[in-house]
Design a protein around this ligand. Structure first.
Ligand SMILES: [Zn+2]
Length: 170
């Protein structure tokens, strides 16, 4: 699925310079943040693997392994939450959505405000100025209410996959 918001989101994040520069010496603090963010949405925490090489590569969430890889230069609150938001939306509503779509953005905004990266009004105003769109859900409970059907479908698919895996084991 075409990820129309990706570049806009990166540009928007880049303007909040103080967020996106490295601030932790080890990956343990970002890992702990990912764990707390996922707990907020009742999603099992993914494995968070830190990469020590400074140059090259990128940070990402790998849905098949439920795993986040974080480059050293990304060891900060905002990017930990950015990747946690991927883990949460993918886990809850499945990969059948643009990676930086409105559902992901709603989770990301909630996490950025909750972990006090910036006040929600400031986040919303600047995201709006960039033309970024997000679903109305302003927290886990609303997210689940608004996306109930897709959450149900995704859960069923996950269960079916697990069943298939068990059945095909000999
Ligand atoms: Zn992303």
């Amino acid at each position: 699925m075409r990820d129309v918001q990706q570049q806009t989101v990166y540009k928007w994040e880049g303007e909040w310079e103080a967020w996106v520069t490295r601030e932790f010496l080890t990956v343990s603090r970002p890992r702990e943040l990912v764990r707390r963010a996922c707990k907020r949405y009742r999603v099992p925490p993914p494995v968070v693997k830190g990469h020590h090489r400074v140059t090259g590569g990128t940070s990402f969430y790998e849905p098949n392994l439920h795993r986040i890889e974080l480059r050293k230069r990304h060891w900060n609150v905002a990017i930990a939450l950015h990747e946690a938001a991927h883990a949460i939306t993918d886990w809850l509503i499945g990969p059948d959505q643009p990676a930086h779509g409105p559902e992901w953005m709603a989770v990301y905004l909630d996490l950025l405000a909750t972990y006090k990266v910036a006040p929600r009004v400031a986040l919303e105003a600047s995201a709006r100025a960039h033309g970024i769109r997000w679903s109305r859900a302003a927290g886990p409970r609303e997210f689940k209410r608004l996306h109930k059907r897709r959450i149900r479908v995704a859960r069923r698919e996950r269960e079916n996959r697990a069943r298939y895996k068990r059945a095909s084991r000999v």
